[in-house]
Write a protein of this length. Structure first.
Length: 179
């Protein structure tokens, strides 16, 4: 049976894929946050406006942000809202990547079990073939012995027939001489 391969390299591939996805998404999140900070002068719409309004109320209640210009507070709140959204998306992706990694590990264990089962089945098949080959050899030898025995029986029948013929002839001669 072939030696089992180390299961570690396959798990490393899953970990590396997960880390690559996470790194890519973090880079994308940072780039988006930077672009939004540059566009700070743009007006917020829809959900962004709601989030911005909430942050504006909080900012108005605290003494320090009041000194900041309203556009800076709006830009910061927009970036913060998008950052929260990206973090939530990143968390879901990390969870999905962990699930994929776990599924890969389960599949690899199943593959190893199937491989071990296939090895055991192959060994059993080899043993059965060896047994069949030995049985075939025994059958060939038995057939050879039967042929030898049949030849001997034929010879014995022939000899017995000749002896019976001789006995019949001798009896026939003995009974004719006596008369």
């Amino acid at each position: 049976m072939p030696a089992r391969r180390n299961a570690q390299p396959r798990a490393d591939v899953g970990v590396l894929a997960r880390e690559a996805v996470i790194s890519f998404l973090q880079d994308a999140s940072m780039a988006t946050a930077e672009r939004e900070a540059v566009r700070a002068g743009a007006a917020a719409t829809g959900a962004e406006a709601t989030v911005a309004a909430g942050f504006t109320k909080i900012a108005a209640a605290s003494p320090e942000p009041a000194a900041m210009p309203q556009s800076a507070i709006s830009a910061a709140s927009d970036a913060a809202a998008e950052s929260v959204a990206w973090r939530a998306a990143l968390k879901r992706i990390e969870e999905a990547a962990a699930k994929v990694e776990e599924d890969i590990a389960v599949a690899h264990r199943a593959y190893v079990e199937l491989q071990a089962g296939a090895g055991a089945a192959a060994e059993a098949a080899v043993r059965a073939a060896e047994s069949a080959m030995a049985s075939a050899g025994t059958a060939v030898e038995a057939e050879r012995q039967v042929k030898i025995s049949v030849r001997q029986v034929r010879q014995n029948v022939l000899i017995t027939t000749v002896l019976v013929a001789i006995v019949v002839i001798v009896l026939a001669l003995a009974t004719t001489n006596v008369h």
